[in-house]
Design a protein around this ligand. Structure first.
Ligand SMILES: C[S@@+](CC[C@H](N)C(=O)[O-])C[C@H]1O[C@@H](n2cnc3c(N)ncnc32)[C@H](O)[C@@H]1O
Length: 143
């Protein structure tokens, strides 16, 4: 479920267009069906089946990139993905990394400040309202 995009598009970035990359075609199919239930949202959401490690110059088109929790199941994969994004994203753009806290760390890789090599850490946010998901979000930009 493209939860991050849905929450951001519905509550915060109400006119922004979102390109969602997922390596799994089936996940994109389900995501498309979920979003299709809201006509306005559907117009602003695109889904593409791609391994994010193979998306290169395209990453420079975005002002903001969200890296959600399970893109990179293990810490080493996640750090490689962070380096890849850092290499291709445009200067002055922002990266929001979903990480985990508390017992959720058993399920999701935990990203710490020292993993954000080449980024400037702008903020760490603990969204208390999402009680079911003890995520933290790290906002980072170029130095
Ligand atoms: C739990 S889902 C993401 C939805 C998330 N809950 C959110 O907030 O948007 C994690 C997705 O990451 C995808 N994924 C894992 N590795 C990836 C990669 N290298 N490139 C693109 N997508 C990947 C998986 O196929 C899976 O559908």
């Amino acid at each position: 479920m493209p939860l991050t995009s849905i929450v951001m598009a519905t509550h915060h970035m109400k006119s922004t267009h979102f390109d969602n990359f997922d390596i799994d075609d089936k996940a994109n199919e389900v995501a498309c069906r979920i979003v299709a239930s809201d006509t306005e949202l559907e117009k602003r959401m695109k889904f593409e089946t791609r391994d994010i490690m193979k998306v290169r110059e395209r990453l420079a088109e975005y002002d903001c990139i969200f890296l959600v929790a399970l893109v990179g199941m293990y810490k080493e994969d996640k750090v490689k993905i962070l380096r890849h994004i850092r290499k291709y994203m445009k200067e002055g753009s922002f990266l929001l990394v979903r990480s985990a806290k508390g017992s959720r760390a058993f399920l999701y890789p935990v990203i710490q400040e020292h993993d954000l090599l080449g980024f400037e850490l702008l903020t760490i946010f603990h969204p208390n309202q999402w009680r079911t998901q003890e995520y933290i979000s790290l906002g980072a930009g170029f130095k």
